[in-house]
Each structure stands twice: as C-alpha cells, then as structure tokens.
Design a protein around this ligand. Structure first.
Ligand SMILES: Cc1cc2nc3c(=O)[nH]c(=O)nc-3n(C[C@H](O)[C@H](O)[C@H](O)COP(=O)(O)OP(=O)(O)OC[C@H]3O[C@@H](n4cnc5c(N)ncnc54)[C@H](O)[C@@H]3O)c2cc1C
Length: 324
C-alpha cells in the first residue's frame, strides 16, 4: 500500500472556477502590498482548467477592473462588449419587445465571454503570480484537527469498479493548509459536508436551484453579431416556472443559446432539456438558428436563493466562496 504524500501550504483553494482563481490573485496582491509571502495553491478535479466550466456568460467587468487596474491593457479573452440588448416576452408564436430594459437586466458596459476561455486566462495569471494549480485532483475529504479544518485529502487513484485497489493503486495526497477555501461551485461535495458538520444553513432560507441548459450554434459567415444580447420571458416556461432564455452573439459566427429553469417547479413532468427544445420551435428562434449547426451542448446548476440562502461562510480553518 502506497504512503500518503503530505504537502504543507498556507492557503489551499478547492476548485479552479472564477471565484477561486480571482480569489487567489486578490490574496496574492494583498500579500504583496503588505510585504508578506504565503504559499497558495488551487486544486481542480477537471483534467484542465475550464473543462468543467459552463456559464452564459455576460461578465460585469467590475471585479476584473479591481484585480487588474490596467484592465484595458490586459487583452482579456472576451468575445465582445455588449453592443445591442433586447428583452422579449414570448408567446408560442409571437415576440413582444419590452419598452425598456429594467436596470437589473441591463448589461451596458458588460462583456460576453466564454467562461472556459476566461478561466484558462485567469489560470495563466495565477501561475505567473506563483500560485500553483493542480489539475486532475479532486478534493474528496476535509481533514480535521478537533473542529478545525487543517487540509484536504485528494482522491485515491487506481481503484476498480468494486472499490478494490488495482496494481497501479496510488493513495491520494494530504494537502495541509492554514486556510482551506472551498470554491467548488454549486453543491460541492466538500462544501456539503462542511455545511452539514458546522450547521452553516441554520437560520437561513433553504437554497433554491435552477439549471441552465445551453447550446452553441455555428452559423453561416456574417450572420451573428458579436455583442448581441437577448433575454426572454414567457414561452416555453409560462408564468408558473421561474426562468427564461438567453441568446448571446459570440465571435466566429457562434450563437450562445440557453434556458435557465428554476428547479422549484411543482409539475413533475417538466424537463428542462425538453423546454430548451420547445424554445427552438418558436418562429423567431427558428429563424435565428436557420442554416446553423449545433456544435456543443451542456447543462449546469445555479444557486438562485439569493442573499437569505447564503450559508454562514466561515468556520475555523475554512471558508466558502463563489457559488459554493
Ligand atoms: C447556464 C448558465 C448561465 C450563466 N450565466 C451567467 C452570466 O451571464 N453572468 C454571470 O456572471 N454568471 C452567470 N452564471 C453563473 C456563473 O457561471 C457562476 O456564478 C460561476 O461560474 C461560479 O463560479 P465558481 O468559481 O463559484 O464555481 P464554478 O464556475 O462552478 O467552478 C467550480 C470549479 O470547482 C471544481 N471543483 C468542484 N468540486 C471540486 C473538488 N471537490 N475538488 C476539486 N475541484 C472541484 C469544478 O470542476 C469547477 O472547475 C451562469 C451559470 C450558468 C449555469
């Protein structure tokens, strides 16, 4: 049986999503400002940064501007600044334009982006700042000393389907850190354990989830305006299901089409994936996608409970960030 390797760090982030990547860079900036040094690493279960990421995404550049004061010189791999924005109410066959876009739905000054490209870019920034990123390593257990989190154990490798060790078995490592920061995204496995053990949802509203189902469409040359944004309400979800659709114009003639569906619907026959297919039967959507080819598809959950569903974020030795 192989020995568990032990790595000692100051700060360990779990999950290389935007929250951890930005958090690690921010921490490094603060340390530099105060003339201190600390060892920082990020653990990511995907084989490479961005491989498990899925988002819209319209990015509000506020945080990036704080992280990178020379934002304009940074060549951040955005698809486009938002150039045109619409909010529509759809019936089964018609489309009505809202007379104005309410400010929470307005994305003036924001950027359409691919979260995969953005996280890979942030990952490079981290590495340039001396932050280690370990891809392909899922954090599987929190390590405790009493009630204090002191690290994370990574998953064992070389286990067969019956849970038995194969000849190439390799025990996971123990990564000890003064602070463990969980940026696992929604329903993270370590986050769930932390919340349960420390009762971090006590006195909070239960979390409400939505699922975002999304497709990328490659269109004929010249047919997609990068920076185009449309959000819709109404068809196919109707009035009893929280959610709506988005359509974003990306570079290289790609439409980014998605539907967010609140998972607190009461009709058990609702199927979010099917709802997206129904959306594409709308005459407007049909005309938008005419001549195009579906090139990728995915789905991911989002927390929708808002402020009152945020768990207590800190315990001794650990904290939660981002969608965690
Ligand atoms: C369809 C859709 C559309 C969206 N549109 C927008 C938008 O337009 N604008 C916007 O601002 N936001 C949007 N969001 C929300 C946004 O994508 C999330 O808020 C954001 O990605 C959260 O970042 P995060 O770093 O907290 O988590 P994530 O992006 O989920 O990243 C978590 C990372 O942690 C890794 N991980 C998880 N558990 C472990 C573990 N135990 N060990 C190691 N690694 C682990 C995962 O592999 C993943 O890489 C959208 C989301 C969806 C699903």
């Amino acid at each position: 049986m192989s020995e568990r390797e032990v790595l000692e760090l100051d700060v360990l982030f779990v999950g290389a999503g935007p929250a951890s990547l930005a958090g690690a860079i921010h921490l490094q900036n603060l340390l530099k400002e105060s003339g201190q040094k600390a060892s920082i690493a990020i653990l990511e279960k995907a084989g490479e940064i961005g491989a498990h990421s899925l988002s819209g995404a319209i990015v509000d550049p506020r945080t990036l501007k704080e992280l990178f004061p020379d934002f304009d010189q940074q060549n951040i791999p955005f698809e486009s600044e938002v150039t045109e924005e619409h909010l529509y109410y759809l019936t089964k066959a018609k489309k009505f334009s809202f007379p104005f876009i309410p400010s929470p739905m307005s994305h003036h000054g924001c950027y359409i982006s691919s979260i995969g490209k953005l996280t890979r870019w942030l990952g490079e920034k981290c590495e340039n700042e001396g932050i280690d990123i370990f891809c392909g390593f899922p954090g599987t257990e929190l390590i405790y000393e009493g009630d204090q989190v002191i690290g994370v154990r990574t998953g064992d490798r070389g286990i067969d389907k019956n849970g038995e060790q194969k000849s190439q078995y390799e025990a996971g490592a123990e990564i000890h850190a003064k602070v463990v920061i969980l940026g696992e995204g929604t329903r993270g496995s370590l986050t769930k354990k932390l919340i349960q053990r420390h009762e971090l949802m006590n006195g909070k509203n239960p979390q409400v989830w939505a699922i975002g189902v999304k497709e990328l469409w490659k269109m004929p040359p010249g047919s997609v305006q990068p920076g185009y944004v449309a959000h819709t309400m109404g068809f196919p979800l109707g009035h009893n299901i929280f959610g709506g659709a988005f359509l974003y114009g990306m570079q290289d003639d790609i439409w980014d089409l998605g539907l967010v569906v609140g998972l607190d619907y009461s009709n058990p026959a609702v199927d979010s994936h099917h709802e997206l297919q129904l959306l594409k039967t709308h005459p407007w959507m049909k005309s938008v996608l005419d001549g195009g080819e579906l090139i990728s598809y995915g789905a991911k959950s989002l927390p929708e409970g808002g402020w009152f569903s945020i768990p207590k974020l800190t315990v001794n030795g650990a904290m939660l960030i981002g969608d965690s």
